[in-house]
Design a protein around this ligand. Structure first.
Ligand SMILES: *[C@@H]1O[C@H](CO)[C@@H](O)[C@H](O)[C@H]1NC(C)=O
Ligand SMILES: *[C@@H]1O[C@H](CO)[C@@H](O)[C@H](O)[C@H]1NC(C)=O
Ligand SMILES: *[C@@H]1O[C@H](CO)[C@@H](O)[C@H](O)[C@H]1NC(C)=O
Ligand SMILES: *[C@@H]1O[C@H](CO)[C@@H](O)[C@H](O)[C@H]1NC(C)=O
Ligand SMILES: *[C@@H]1O[C@H](CO)[C@@H](O)[C@H](O)[C@H]1NC(C)=O
Ligand SMILES: *[C@@H]1O[C@H](CO)[C@@H](O)[C@H](O)[C@H]1NC(C)=O
Ligand SMILES: *[C@@H]1O[C@H](CO)[C@@H](O)[C@H](O)[C@H]1NC(C)=O
Ligand SMILES: *[C@@H]1O[C@H](CO)[C@@H](O)[C@H](O)[C@H]1NC(C)=O
Ligand SMILES: *[C@@H]1O[C@H](CO)[C@@H](O)[C@H](O)[C@H]1NC(C)=O
Length: 481
């Protein structure tokens, strides 16, 4: 389905509201007689791409928020029950204040999971609460694994119109169990992610605090029309693979107003790995990232790759901040990846305490297996950066293309980089790249020729996902299903 469904006309919305009000008038008193637990909750409003006609509260399905009782069954039976309303205005499941321990559960279509303020979903540390899945077709093998991966805590596949939001409620992955096992080399299959949505269209993930994921936090894959905003994502900076948001073979993605502290990339855009990604052939494209704040001492604010074998194109990054971060918008690729990274536009980066500002690596190690094609050379071109201020920087630019396969069309303009006291002798070092620079200090490498009074391009058109507007949705304690 297209994004058009997210934008109902005002006329349609009004008649919808009137419909809801009349249902309210007729059934309002009836619902109150039943005294459902939801009647103890206050009414509230929230922004979402789609509103829901039916509501339920986790406690209606036996949920216990004491931090000890397992709620996997409560989540699964609530969502199974609410899935019957998919074609009748959809449903929202409210998670009230409390600590809700649970294993992995699945979402459904035309559905909203809403975490109220002071509600915490606690991920179980019991492995039997996490079903095992086959590896993704575009990867061929999991990280640190050959055959399989754990399901994510909150999982959805083949869905249309699914929302995970709240009034800054929390999902706590309780990752220490998995990090310990990983560090001891005891993980036989890939660690769970916190949220994964596969093969889906119209996704909103917003206004939540996500902490301590076993590995990646938010992984939309083979999906389209995605909005991710207002997330606070926190992982210890020394735990590997705790990427914040990883759009993977996704189209039309809007990522705004997020604050991410991670032991890995804050955002990593991916599209499959070597021969498996090339065969699957699904790019990541039409992606906008705005107003991100990132802290990632060991990794990038935004990484493109290293798995990019379905291609990455038309990525726009605007008005972003990184502090104590290894690099800003980094390209990682290797021989064997094939495909391309092209039409990347970055405008407005404010950086403080960075190892690298500009970093591109054409020799990123790690292959799924030895079956990669040594002739599958990635094509890296049209990479644009402008309006950059950075201070306390060790290396301004380290740009390494691939010999016989140079990275081309690199453009940097209006960049002021203050080097740190510990700076390397050579602020820039470039091999196998070509492009232009204008008004950049310190003076760039010779391969990036100086061009007078030139600005690198940034698109003026809007992506279709930027036109999607939030509606004001509500929960009324008196209307239950
Ligand atoms: C699930 O839905 C049915 C309506 O189909 C309803 O009668 C039933 O009470 C619901 N289950 C629970 C536990 O609320
Ligand atoms: C969740 O979905 C996956 C993939 O379709 C499936 O294997 C699993 O059994 C589902 N889990 C539940 C509890 O329905
Ligand atoms: C989900 O969609 C994919 C791609 O269209 C398809 O291959 C797969 O069989 C579907 N899975 C389910 C459980 O419907
Ligand atoms: C949400 O909660 C986190 C963690 O307590 C806090 O840092 C953040 O500022 C809160 N966000 C909003 C919008 O209140
Ligand atoms: C897991 O994979 C990462 C990167 O692919 C690698 O650096 C690490 O050594 C591996 N760890 C184990 C325990 O295999
Ligand atoms: C949700 O987050 C956005 C920032 O993306 C913020 O402007 C908005 O006020 C938040 N809404 C709620 C209900 O907290
Ligand atoms: C240069 O970049 C800075 C931000 O780093 C911005 O404030 C300024 O407007 C830019 N100058 C031009 C001429 O675009
Ligand atoms: C500058 O960066 C170094 C690391 O390279 C860090 O130790 C130091 O605290 C930073 N200084 C300031 C003033 O932020
Ligand atoms: C510049 O980068 C190349 C390729 O990575 C490396 O071999 C060379 O040693 C670097 N030069 C300096 C002076 O760091």
């Amino acid at each position: 389905m297209s994004h058009k469904n997210m934008m109902k006309s005002p006329v349609f919305e009004n008649s919808y509201v009137i419909g809801v009000i009349s249902v309210l008038l007729i059934f309002g008193s009836l619902a109150e007689c039943k005294e459902p637990s939801s009647s103890k909750l206050k009414n509230f409003d929230y922004p979402a791409i789609n509103c829901r006609k039916h509501s339920a509260v986790l406690t209606d399905f036996g949920g216990v928020g004491d931090g000890k009782t397992l709620n996997t069954k409560a989540f699964n039976s609530a969502i199974t029950n609410l899935s019957q309303y998919a074609n009748d205005g959809g449903a929202q499941l409210i998670v009230p204040p409390g600590k809700w321990l649970t294993g992995s559960f699945n979402l459904t279509s035309h559905f909203t999971l809403f975490l109220q303020k002071d509600s915490v979903i606690l991920a179980s540390q019991d492995e039997s609460e996490w079903p095992q899945f086959p590896v993704l077709p575009s990867y061929g093998s999991g990280r640190n694994a050959s055959d399989g991966r754990f399901s994510s805590l909150v999982f959805g596949t083949n869905l249309t119109d699914v929302i995970i939001t709240g009034n800054n409620g929390t999902i706590d992955g309780q990752g220490s169990y998995w990090w310990d096992k990983f560090h001891k080399g005891q993980m036989k299959i890939t660690r769970p992610y916190m949220i994964e949505i596969m093969y889906s269209d119209q996704i909103q993930i917003s206004n939540l605090t996500l902490i301590n994921s076993p590995s990646w936090f938010v992984h939309p894959v083979y999906s389209s029309n995605i909005i991710i905003n207002g997330l606070t994502i926190l992982a210890p900076v020394d735990i590997p693979n705790t990427d914040g948001i990883d759009p993977d073979s996704c189209t039309n993605v809007r990522i705004e107003d997020n604050y991410i502290v991670s032991g890995d990339d804050c955002i990593a855009i991916k599209s499959g790995w070597d021969e498996y990604g090339i065969k699957f052939g699904k790019p990541s494209q039409q992606i906008i990232i705005r107003r991100l704040t990132c802290i990632s001492p060991k990794s990038a604010m935004v990484a493109l790759g290293s798995e990019m074998s379905g291609g990455i194109q038309d990525v726009r990054v605007e008005d972003v901040t990184a502090i104590k971060t290894e690099s800003a918008v980094r390209i990682k690729t290797a021989i064997g990846r094939g495909a391309y990274v092209k039409d990347i536009f970055v405008k407005g980066m404010n950086l403080d305490t960075m190892k690298y500002v500009f970093w591109m690596t054409g020799s990123y190690k790690s292959h799924p297996d030895n079956g990669f094609d040594p002739n599958a050379l990635p094509k890296i071109s049209e990479i644009n950066y402008r309006d950059v201020t950075a201070k306390n920087v060790t290396i301004a630019g380290k740009l390494d293309g691939i010999s016989n396969d140079p990275f081309t069309g690199i453009c940097v303009s209006n960049a002021t980089i203050e080097m740190s006291a510990h700076k390397k002798k050579l602020p820039w070092n470039c091999t196998d790249v070509s492009g232009v620079t204008s008004n950049v200090s310190p003076t760039p490498c010779e391969l990036l020729a100086e061009k007078e009074k030139f600005e690198c391009p940034f698109p003026t058109d809007k992506l279709t996902i930027e036109n999607v507007q939030f509606k004001t949705c509500n929960f009324k304690s008196s209307v239950i299903r």
